[in-house]
Design a protein around this ligand. Structure first.
Ligand code: PMT
Length: 421
């Protein structure tokens, strides 16, 4: 699964480590949160420092570790109030029963308990302790108070404990904790995008990658498309609040987070799936796939044996997917692509008209630094006349950036249309 790291990199997490043997897991937790792209600062109680050193967390988080409430040096760097304001989420892991008691009682006698009171950020606690201490009435009473106060509790797991007991009290694995934090921010981001994103509420179908046209059971005709451009557009549409289905030819890319993916091989399969998706409802159809224009007339049932110096393979024209969809009665907003090596503008605008598209994005695939397989692209976008936008240049940039600019271009075109979809 892949994630939108740009969202996570703007989020600040305080990992608060309290005294308990599970503190060693917090080192991995910090590492995983950093892997997701979060900014992490670590706060340690005195008890935590008996189990693991601040230096470990400094190295892993890339930030000075905060241990003291009344330390003039620390306060001149990032004071406790500033730290409380900095946090988008405070994750206390492991949370000892002493810390839970302090939170429940509203004490403010060290840095962590003060932060708890001073911060508006959501607080998550992952209690970890001996099973008997967890079961103790006072701990359960404090737990209920914390839940009533709006703290999110990640319940401990059962199992064998470092002290030799067996029961509830083990901190969940750090990978699972980090994934929960990531999901929390991802869902929050998604809720905003679905309401306010440029393509909020739109259903988008995107074709991507090459098609493969079989010659016999072991050979095929295809092209150099890797699917990178189409996958980047799928991710950008999803980030803009759309519900996205990606019709992918044979490529080796991970599916963008939140995107539904349907794998196809040939042009005929891609067309069949496109028409089926149209029936389910589609507002915008984006055709980035490099569809083979021709397929083999008669696919051999068995592997063709080597014989003679020449082999004739007869080809027949494939249906044009984007033009077929554009002719349907319930027609979505149609975005085509054009891969050209010469007369780029002339050919691209020709395709816009002939295929009856609303918009076409053309790239020069004679260049090795953009287009097929490259991580970068540069495009000229042409719009059908009724959109009053004429053309737009997208300067060379990573395909992710080009994809975002295309989303903006689609949004703008929809705004300029007389009867927007
Ligand atoms: O996948 P990457 O490695 O990232 O490379 C990206 C890309 C270069 C493949 C992409 O940016 C691109 O240009 N895609 C369109 C490639 C192409 O087939 O262009 P075309 O000019 O042959 O086709 C014009 C349009 O008709 C395209 O939208 C195509 O999807 C569509 N088409 C073509 C033939 C066909 N039988 N059915 C179609 O729908």
């Amino acid at each position: 699964m892949s994630f939108d790291l740009s969202v996570m990199s703007s989020k600040n997490i305080i990992v608060a480590v309290t005294g308990g043997i599970a503190a060693y897991k917090s080192a991995i937790l910090v590492r995983r949160l950093k892997d997701y792209g979060f900014n992490v600062r670590v706060v340690m109680t005195q008890g935590a420092q008996a189990f693991i050193t601040p230096l470990t967390f400094q190295a892993l988080s890339g930030n000075t570790v905060h241990t003291e409430l009344l330390d003039t040096e620390a306060e001149s760097g990032m004071g406790h109030i500033e730290l409380a304001r900095w946090a988008d989420l405070i994750l206390v892991a492991p949370a000892s029963c002493d810390t839970m008691a302090k939170f429940a009682a509203g004490l403010a006698d060290d840095l962590l308990s003060t932060l708890y009171l001073a911060s508006k950020a959501p607080v998550w606690v992952a209690p970890a302790m001996n099973q008997q201490m967890w079961a103790a009435k006072a701990t359960q009473r404090n737990l209920n108070t914390l839940v009533d106060d709006g703290v999110h509790v990640i319940m401990p797991n059962a199992g064998s404990q470092a002290c030799g007991d067996t029961g509830l009290g083990r901190m969940p694995e750090p990978e699972a904790l980090a994934a929960q934090v990531q999901q929390y921010f991802h869902q929050a981001q998604r809720a905003i995008a679905e309401k306010f994103g440029l393509l909020a509420g739109k259903r988008v179908v995107i074709t991507a990658g090459p098609t493969r046209e079989a010659i016999d059971p072991v050979r095929y005709i295809s092209n150099h498309s890797t699917g990178k451009m189409g996958f980047a557009i799928a991710a950008a549409c999803y980030a803009a609040g759309a519900q996205v289905t990606l019709l992918a030819g044979p490529v080796s890319l991970d599916t963008p987070n939140g995107v539904e993916r349907i794998n196809v091989s040939s042009a005929i399969q891609m067309l069949e799936q496109s028409l089926a998706l149209l029936d389910q409802g589609c507002d915008i159809f984006i055709a980035t796939a490099a569809v083979a224009d021709y397929r083999v007339a008669q696919v051999a049932e068995h592997k063709i044996k080597k014989a003679g110096d020449e082999l004739d393979v007869s080809l027949v024209k494939n249906p044009d997917i984007v033009a077929t969809i554009a002719q349907q009665q319930q027609r979505p907003f149609m975005v085509g692509f054009a891969a050209e090596t010469r007369n780029i503008e002339e050919y691209a605008t020709g395709k816009l008209l002939v295929k009856k598209l609303d918009m076409i994005a053309c790239n020069d695939v004679s260049r090795s630094d953009i287009g097929f397989a490259s991580d970068q692209n540069a495009m000229t976008v042409f719009f059908a006349q009724q959109y009053k936008l004429a053309r737009r240049e997208l300067e060379k940039a990573p395909k992710q950036e080009i994809a975002q600019q295309l989303v903006e271009a689609i949004h703008d075109a929809l705004q300029h249309h007389k009867t927007p979809v």
